[in-house]
Design a binder for this molecule. Structure first.
Ligand code: AMP
Ligand code: ZN
Length: 469
């Protein structure tokens, strides 16, 4: 039984999965390398997805790439190259860093500027206009009329009236009816250079919020089970996503909203603008591995602010070292005894091993889960020292560890590390083809992957790769 904290209700709620868990996670704005604060959000989402899958559920997850906004346009113009060329570099970097942190690829990573997404955004805006939830301003921008959606503010629990009166003081955008109205479509201006799409309201580009609403509903349908992001996304981004989607579909957009707290540096949020950030590349260049960074990011509960320090990663390294040593001891023990069958282990000494997963069921209580892991390590060392473990028990302990690591993904030799990048990319493409029910493309990719020496076994939640003999 899963209990997760729902930002919408501010309560721990029972989460009962259906046959497919539809999950949407807000992705990066690709104007620079993502920093490890951004990756804290992605690592938390990965832990959530892996845990749900390890408990036998099927998860379909979409993550968007925001590849058009003020920052991407400014970056491309500064370098004198096209927006596509500029963002392609950071999309690639994002996928590389994600692989280094062992993030399971989403089923689809739609980019805002993909033609089918722009079409979906324009269609959605048109519905909002037709229904009176939006209006075209003098400059041909389109705004969402928040006065038409009384529930606006429910997620962030902001008082709309109070907000209106304080904001009106600073009102300098006179073309809007109300200052809190947000842009669905931004009319082209000179700063945008050659970045523009035609729409029924004139040329321009989509606003950030409509991007996520259109991509989420186009790929996952009008109702999503879990939507995640960092706490800074709650308002206005997720609030706006709810308003747009629910006005269009007439049904509840998301059942469960989950947000992670910030990664901090000396008491301040890690961010590009504060200049207090590290990228995954910075840290890898300093000699820290992807799994060490991953461990440092996931070992603190996702709703607690995490203060980033180099001592923090150093203790991640120590913790991983203890895990590696323990596992090697179990494997070496087994290498020296005749073959043995496995069974499902319940206890290791005084520790109930199932408690690892029960802890995660409880709003991803990672501290308790890691507590169980280290207790098991301590107990099994003690029992091995006393020669009090049977080979079958050691085998069962190792099998338990493999299942634990399917959630944590921190083992020293995770299979991912051995798979060539080209094959990993093809597997991600095949996952997307299968998600889009493009079976011919999926079969074609399977053949290409086989041509590179890897065969694929499809399971409920993932594609398992096996190197061909
Ligand atoms: P952005 O590229 O700024 O849209 O951010 C991408 C994701 O990273 C969003 O889910 C943000 O909420 C999250 N994020 C940004 N900064 C931090 C931080 N310091 N700690 C945790 N998450 C963050
Ligand atoms: Zn979003």
């Amino acid at each position: 039984m899963f209990y997760f904290y729902n930002t919408l209700t501010r309560e721990h709620e029972l989460f009962t999965p259906g046959p497919i868990i539809r999950m949407y996670t807000c992705g990066p704005t690709v104007y620079d390398h993502a920093h490890i604060g951004n990756f804290r959000a992605y690592v938390f989402e990965d832990l959530l997805q892996r845990h749900l899958e390890a408990q036998g559920n099927r998860v379909e997850r979409v993550m968007n790439l925001t590849d058009v906004d003020d920052k991407t346009i400014r970056g491309a113009r500064r370098e004198g190259i096209s927006l596509d060329k500029f963002t392609a570099r950071y999309k690639e970097a994002f996928f590389q860093d994600s692989a280094a942190l062992r993030l399971r690829p989403a089923c689809a990573t739609p980019a805002a500027t993909d033609p089918e997404n722009i079409t979906a955004m324009i269609a959605m805006i048109q519905v909002l206009l037709d229904q009176g939830n939006a209006y075209v301003a003098e400059d041909h921008s389109v705004y969402f009329r928040i006065a038409s959606f009384p529930r606006y503010g429910a997620l962030a629990q902001v008082d709309r009236d109070a907000q209106r009166s304080t904001l009106r003081m600073k009102h300098d955008e006179y073309s809007k009816e109300e200052i809190a109205d947000f842009a669905l479509w931004k009319a082209w201006d000179e700063e945008d250079g050659d970045v523009a799409w035609q729409s029924p309201w004139g040329k321009g580009r989509p606003g950030w919020h409509i991007e996520c609403s259109a991509m989420a509903t186009r790929l996952l349908g009008p109702h999503i089970d879990i939507h995640c992001g960092g706490v800074d996304n709650i308002f206005p981004h997720h609030e706006a996503e709810i308003a747009q989607c629910e006005c269009v579909s007439g049904t509840q957009f998301v059942s469960l909203w989950m947000h992670c707290a910030h990664l901090m540096v000396n008491g301040m949020k890690m961010s590009k603008s504060a200049g207090n950030f590290y990228t995954v590349r910075d840290l890898r260049q300093q000699g820290w591995s992807g799994r060490e960074i991953r461990y440092a990011l996931l070992s603190v509960h996702y709703r607690m602010p995490l203060n980033f320090t180099l001592e923090g990663i150093a203790s991640a390294r120590q913790a991983l070292h203890r895990i590696d040593e323990w596992r090697t001891r179990l494997e070496e023990y087994l290498a020296n005894v005749p073959s043995h069958t496995s069974f499902s282990l319940e206890k290791c000494g005084a520790v109930n091993v199932r408690d690892f997963f029960t802890a995660l069921d409880d709003d991803l209580n990672i501290s308790a889960a890691l507590g169980v892991l280290f207790e098991v390590i301590r107990e099994s060392h003690r029992l091995l020292d006393q020669n009090a473990l049977l080979p079958t028990e050691v085998r069962a302990l190792l099998d338990w560890w493999y299942k634990v690591d399917s959630v944590l993904a921190i083992a020293s030799d995770s299979l991912d590390g051995d798979i060539p990048e080209e094959v990993q990319k093809l597997v991600a493409l095949r996952q997307e083809a299968r998600f889009l029910k493009n079976w011919d493309e999926s079969d074609r990719l399977r053949d290409t992957i086989a041509g590179l020496g890897w065969s694929i076994k499809d399971s409920k939640s993932e594609q398992k790769l096996v190197r061909q003999a």
